[in-house]
Design a protein around this ligand. Structure first.
Ligand code: ZN
Length: 182
């Protein structure tokens, strides 16, 4: 386990715990009164767990990177082309669902974001969609479209929001599970 970064944070906690972040760094939370030696022993005692957890994290990151690498958005021209392709795909979905739901987005924009599939500014009525949606099957793209449109009716993710989803996209749970694996 040489060259593994271990960050120890003292907290108001009664026990020691370990977590591995996306970069494979080891973060240890320790109570304030526990000695450095005890912490070191705790880390040494969890050596195997840390190694397998880091391997799992690395595999997940690799899978994620390989997934996003399928869409080349490295230049402005390529980003524009991807946005145009997605726009063409979602236009009929937006139109039919907006009509059924009785909403009208002020604008829909496309950006190559990996952090989220879509977002909705409920104050301005603007919807933003990730061009990486192109990597998902159509029914999952449709789910994101309906999700963002639903925010024009219900801003938060409370029971009312999911009642709207149940009504307008009953497969939302399945679609969410599918999209979350990335
Ligand atoms: Zn949402």
């Amino acid at each position: 386990m040489s060259s593994v970064l271990v960050v120890v944070t003292r907290r108001r906690t009664s026990r020691l715990s370990i977590r591995i972040n996306k970069e494979g760094e080891v973060h240890v939370s320790a109570p304030r009164y526990v000695s450095k030696r005890v912490i070191e022993e705790f880390i040494a005692g969890h050596k195997d767990w840390i190694e397998s957890a880091r391997a799992r994290v690395a595999a997940r990151q690799q899978k994620r990177e390989a997934f996003y690498a399928q869409l080349d958005v490295s230049t402005p021209a390529k980003r524009k082309e991807a946005a145009a392709r997605l726009q063409q795909k979602v236009a009929p979905m937006l139109e039919s669902h907006a009509q059924q739901m009785g909403v009208k987005p002020a604008a829909v924009s496309f950006r190559a974001t990996k952090s989220r599939w879509g977002s909705c500014n409920t104050k301005t009525g603007r919807i933003s969609l990730s061009t990486y949606l192109l990597l998902l099957p159509d029914w999952c793209i449709e789910h994101v479209v309906v999700h963002e449109l639903a925010h024009l009716l219900v801003p938060d993710h409370g029971p009312r929001f999911y009642a709207v989803m149940d009504r307008h996209f009953p497969r939302w749970r399945e679609a969410r599970r599918f999209a979350r694996q990335f």
